[in-house]
Design a protein. Sequence first.
Length: 159
Amino acid sequence: MKSKVYIETSVVSYRTARRARDLIIAARQEITHSRWPRIRRDFDCYVSALVVQEAKGGDTQAAAARIAAIAGLPVLQISEDAESLAESLVTDGPIPSNKPEDALHIALAACNGIDYLLTWNFTHIHNAQMEVAIRRIVEQQGYRCPVICSPDELIGEEE
């Protein structure tokens, strides 16, 4: 049985964006691009209605590329449980009130029993200081917190 991976919007964006000039972003794009086939093959991948909504935003061509990249993936719907957990992550936890969508990504993964939350968002999702508080709140609400990681952390070094 394959592990479940929730693919957050930043990963989809890095997978489809034109190559960035910033070296760190360009490296993350390359890592995402090179590991994408293996992630899709080796894991049961999911997105959410929130990912779809975010992927549709912005430039029309870029949005079309993002939507094409996630086509065929199961879409998790936003439940009352996920909304409640997301609210707790904001009110009782580390997620700032101006970034409720970041809390909702975490909540959707947790409420749906996802093993890994895949993200490049190091500001509000994959942040060592915040992850302790995120895990505490998720577990206090009776859920198992997914492992929050980036594509290179999920797969490791390519051989």
